[in-house]
Write a protein that binds this ligand. Structure first.
Ligand code: NAD
Length: 317
């Protein structure tokens, strides 16, 4: 741990996502210190006060305060959920360029503070913003992680649990690729307990169907838009997903989580960040699990990566 034996997290961006993460982190008691940083200093201050007033009810004590980038120097993990919202009529690339400028103003002072822990990025488009974080920080890719498809995987497991009437924690299935429209569910790798989803459907006498599963995967991809339509933003799920990743890091858990990682030749793909199950521990990404994909799944994954590469190229990455 950087700060003596204390576990310290710095959060940049105290909006819906950042504060859902902070609130979940306070409730889980995953760290000793949490510093909140935002361009809107008043907001960070108010959020720190509000969280502190929950401390008497929390399961453990924590030091929570609003701070500056210099406070990152002894942090173990910097979580980034800062970003600008899409303006009316603004294209994807224009938004990306503005978020790149935001990241320039964030990553440089963090690195200059002497921070040498792990970056965990949630800002969208998360795969590309994570690559930008890597380029701007020049850290080793093992220490620059995006939330990737952790949330999408959780949504998939929840929906499969509901469909097959089983605890989602007994569902072993992944969403991989872009956190976005080109993401895929490799059904050949989906299990309920130790049984292949394929076999369960085949032997169900029509009770379950591949059509239903296909619709379910579309619901996963469309979930964010549906929630945004209903309540303008999504934040609780991603807040908990970020806490899950932080716990895997602090606990040196070696957990398989579908974070956004830098591909280094897996499936013949290089130099792109995309969601894949990776082993997460105290050193960040300790390994990337290569799945035994069917040819069609492999092609879809490669296409998703190609889309991310092209998009990043459009803003010079
Ligand atoms: P929000 O507008 O509520 O919060 C953004 C925060 O960033 C604000 O507090 C703002 O003041 C701050 N900020 C803006 N520019 C800054 C700068 N230059 N320096 C420091 N702070 C700055 O937005 P939100 O709903 O919290 O969403 C944040 C990001 O998370 C968005 O990009 C959103 O798309 C993304 N998101 C990701 C996932 C995922 O699965 N990865 C899920 C939901 C949302």
């Amino acid at each position: 741990m950087k700060s003596g034996d204390l576990k310290k997290v710095a959060l940049v961006g105290t909006g819906f996502v950042g504060m859902s993460f902070a609130y979940a982190l306070l409730n889980s008691g995953e760290c000793d210190q949490l510093v909140l940083i935002d361009i809107n200093k008043e907001k960070a201050k108010g959020e720190a006060m509000d969280l502190n007033h929950g401390l008497p009810f929390a399961k453990r004590n924590m030091l929570i305060y609003a701070g500056e980038y210099s406070d990152c120097h002894d942090s173990d993990i910097v979580v980034i959920a800062a970003g600008v919202a899409q303006k009316d009529g603004e294209g994807r690339i224009a938004l990306l360029k503005r978020n790149y400028e935001v990241f320039k103003s964030i990553i440089e002072p963090i690195v200059n503070s002497g921070f040498d822990g792990i970056f965990l990025v949630a800002t969208n488009p998360v795969d590309i913003m994570t690559k930008i974080t890597l380029e701007l920080s020049r850290f080793d890719p093992s220490r620059v992680i995006g939330s990737g498809t952790t949330l999408d995987t959780a949504r998939l497991r929840y929906l499969l649990g509901d469909y097959f009437s089983i605890d989602p924690r007994n569902v072993h299935a992944y969403v991989i690729g872009e956190h976005g429209d080109s993401e895929i569910v490799p059904w050949s790798q989906a299990y309920i307990t130790t049984k292949k989803v394929h076999d369960i459907v085949d032997s169900s006498n029509g009770r379950f169907s591949f059509d239903d599963l296909y619709k379910l995967s579309k619901d996963v991809t469309g979930a964010a838009q549906e929630i945004i339509k209903a309540k303008t933003a999504t934040y609780y799920g991603i807040g908990m997903a970020l806490v899950r990743i932080v716990r895997a890091i602090f606990g040196d858990e070696k957990s398989a989580l579908t974070v956004s990682v830098m591909l280094n030749g897996q499936y013949g793909v290089k130099d792109v960040y995309a969601g894949l199950p990776a082993i997460i521990g105290r050193n960040g990404v300790e390994d990337i699990i290569v799945l035994d994909l069917k040819e069609s799944e492999r092609t879809a994954f490669i296409n998703s990566c190609e889309f991310l590469k092209q998009t990043a190229k459009e803003i010079g990455f």
